[in-house]
Design a protein around this ligand. Sequence first.
Ligand code: GDP
Length: 477
Amino acid sequence: VLIATVCSPISYLPLKFALSGTKPPEQTCESREQRSSYLKHRSPELPPYLLSKLQEYERRHRRCGPLSESFNTTSPLGTHNDFSDGEFRTDDCKFVVYSPSQGLGNRILGLSSTFLYALLTNRVLLVDFGPDMEDLFCEPFPNSTWYLPETFPFLFQLQTHRFRASYSYGNLLKRGKIDQDGDSSSSPALLQIFLQDKYNEYDKLFFKDENQGFVERVPWLVLIHDGYFIPCLFQMQSFRSELEKLFPDQETVFHHLVKYLFSPSNQAWGQITGFYEAYLAKAEERIGFQIRVFEPKQTPFTAVMKQITSCTQKHRLILPQSDEVTLRNEKSKSILVASLSRKYYEEIDWMYGTRRRQSTGIAVYQASHEGKQHSGDNSHNMKAWMDIYLLSTSDVLVTSSMSTFGYVAAGIAGVKPWIVMIPDPYHPRGANESACERAINLEPCFHFPPWFAYPDPPGTGGPVGRCEDVSWGLKLV
Ligand code: GDP
């Protein structure tokens, strides 16, 4: 396992502190203190009830988490390796472990959703990050750690089996092993909640109100999910009224969660602010392009560029009128192009940058071009995090359809993005479809909800509706 954020030195040594009972050293997190001067859009205040619940959560995390005495005396650390019976109780402390997969955007959505589930069900969130996630974030919860200790007995299985386990909720349900009305002595100590995109009809029943009673009795949950399932929580009667109290404005649920949970570590912050100060700070307006092409070999570059330019031209996102206008009196602008490929940066630079038009006052930049997505690579994830955060300093954001990377940048920025419909072999994008749509709010799309979460009949209001970019997705509206 992992484990280090420069921001909180304790994360190098969670177990040491846990075992010795020593208080963790003073934590600093520069980004938390400084970011408001980089993010242009004033964040809406945390609703008072949400604030009080977060404070209550922090107290619980301190009381139950890996640095607490209670964790070391009552958790299943070290000695046991069988979770099949209810032997390992943890007093009134219950946990949900998040085990990540896929890219950084997916992980941030999955973790945000899991944290909200922990908040609603009085659990403590722990993360099972591998070394590829080192040094990206500050510890979110004061005087504690969210890292699962290395001696967690099932760590190896967690890291190598990111598919449906025999102890998953769906499997138990399928095998008739779930006693809905039983008491806690009849429930397992560990349960996997498998909610990946290929989850089956049994797994999906986790999102049914009547099944939460059983789940609630299990002290350790391991949640495998890489998207934004919060719209489904809003569709559950058991959580709806509490969620409405927590988030009086449902359009900023993700915005609040992502800013609370994910602050760049001091190392990441140094890189982000270094680039920002050198290239972006001076411009009067910042425009961020996030260009994500899922099937680059089968998607013509020109088809993607056509969608991007028709969006920017139609909505005058870069130039106020036609291309030819003299821009002497215009604001100075910087364009940041975030993409795995360098070609989009070169094309946009050629179209708008100073090489071709000295007078425009537009400068085009790219912080990295990694070529393709790598898995398990810490410096690659660091560059992704840097791009997400740099994008979030934009005044105007242009993102790509279906991309969780873009959802996260927009959520942190607090800026409703223009979502460009990127063509691919399955979605060629017809000439009469619009090239982009303005997001109606800052909420990400849940790409694979269970059928019963759709409003019935469709469009009947309620908290969820259709996504702009994924016809089968659901989002808070
Ligand atoms: P999604 O696949 O677009 O939904 O976004 P994810 O973040 O889940 O996965 C894509 C991964 O590819 C990212 O986490 C990065 O590792 C990489 N990637 C994709 N686009 C970019 C980009 O613009 N910049 C950087 N640095 N990496 C990117």
